[in-house]
Structures are given as C-alpha cells and as structure tokens.
Design a protein around this ligand. Structure first.
Ligand code: URA
Length: 216
C-alpha cells in the first residue's frame, strides 16, 4: 500500500471529515445517475454501475463500460476482468479498497458492444463530477476505448501507453484492459511495465510533496 507516499500531514478526524463529505457527494451523484434516462441504455440496464472505492482515493481506475456481471451486481469490475484487475493492483501494492474504480459508461451496452458517441456524451459529465469529488492524484485508464474517449483521439493503445499523460490536471497512465490481457497473456509483460510506470510516478509525487513539506 502506497498511501503514505502522499502523506500530507492530514490525520485522523480531518481526513475522516473529508472522506465523509466526499462519500455524501458521491451518494448524491449516484442518486442522480440511478434515474438517468439520457440515453437508450437506460431501457436495457439492470443496474447503474456507478463506481466504488475510497472516496478520497489517490488513484482512480477508469474502464470502458459494465459487462453482464457488473450489470447484474451493480459493481464495477466484478467479473473475470475484475479479478485480474484486483491481482495486478495488488501486485503493484494497491488494494481494491484504496483506489476508486469506475467506467466511462455507467450502463451496460447490449452484447458488450463499444460505447456509442451519444452514450459517451451523455455519461461523461458524471465521470467528470466523480473525479472532481474524489480528486485522485493519478488515473489508471484501462483499454483503447477508455483512452481514446478521454484523450479524444483514435490512436492505438501502443501509441498511448508507456508514458504518463496529463488530462484536466490529472496525471494519467494508460494500459491494456484486463479483458485484452485475458485474451492475450503475452501482453502481461508490458502491462506490468505500465503499472511500474504508475507506481514510480506515485513515488515521485510523494517525494516532491515531502520535500515541499520539509521546506516549510
Ligand atoms: N469491463 C469494463 O471496462 N468495466 C467493467 O466494469 C467490467 C468490465
């Protein structure tokens, strides 16, 4: 667990208060999402898969859209992809509970097809609000669809991954979607390299912050 890297002198009650305020804001946003009918996915969804995790997480993980298991459970990344995601996070030193996990789309596209432009347009404001509430230091973006959506391009994942990229004030690391790694285990090596890039970046942020605190 790397949370200490971002230690900002904020202990006990102060963090608890901020965490509870952030939880409440997320709950209010979730209530809004539950009744959203801004796109046609509202008609076929079983559940709105809003997101979960630490309301003050230093790392947010963004996937593409819920699949069948997530639609049924109402929780992101609970199927086979989710199990693999939990493993890679743990290998990198992060538990599922200490990150915040969500998706570009909050409702399952039928047959797990790619999100459509109007679905993304309808759903992005929710994601942006979630990120404004949680305010992660680093975002891990999973897969080409999520990366192309966030960076508004159509580049291959190979061209995007392997470096940190800035987006709306967040430091982002793009890597393969766990479903792609399940299909092609040979991607594991590069996947681990991307996770290392992210953890190295977290450590650099932690060091910079500590250095600033020591100056004061
Ligand atoms: N794939 C995703 O992109 N998100 C999920 O929540 C599950 C599978």
């Amino acid at each position: 667990m790397h949370s200490f890297l971002f230690s900002n002198g904020e202990h006990g009650l102060h963090r608890e208060e901020r965490s509870s305020a952030s939880s409440q804001e997320l709950a209010r946003l979730f209530d809004k999402a539950k009744v959203c009918r801004n796109c046609s996915l509202a008609a076929s969804r079983l559940n709105v898969v809003f997101g979960e995790g630490d309301p003050l997480a230093e790392i947010a993980v963004i996937g593409e859209a819920p699949g069948a298991e997530e639609d049924a459970s109402g929780r992101p990344f609970t199927g086979r992809s989710g199990q693999l995601l939990d493993k890679i996070l743990e290998a990198a030193g992060f538990s599922r509970q200490e990150v915040y996990i969500c998706n570009i789309l909050k409702c399952r596209p039928p047959g797990n097809r790619n999100p459509l432009k109007d679905e993304i347009r309808s759903c992005m404001p929710l994601l942006l609000e979630q990120l404004q509430i949680v305010r992660p230091k680093v975002i891990l973006i999973l897969g080409k669809v999520a990366a192309n959506t966030i960076f508004e391009n159509s580049l291959s994942l190979g061209a995007i991954r392997g470096k940190m990229k800035a987006w709306r004030g967040f430091d982002c690391c793009c890597t393969f979607h766990p479903a792609a790694v399940l299909r092609n285990p040979r991607l594991k090596k590069e996947w681990m390299e991307d996770m290392q890039l992210m953890t190295d970046h977290c450590e650099t942020l932690g060091r910079k912050k500590n250095a600033r605190e020591n100056e004061n």
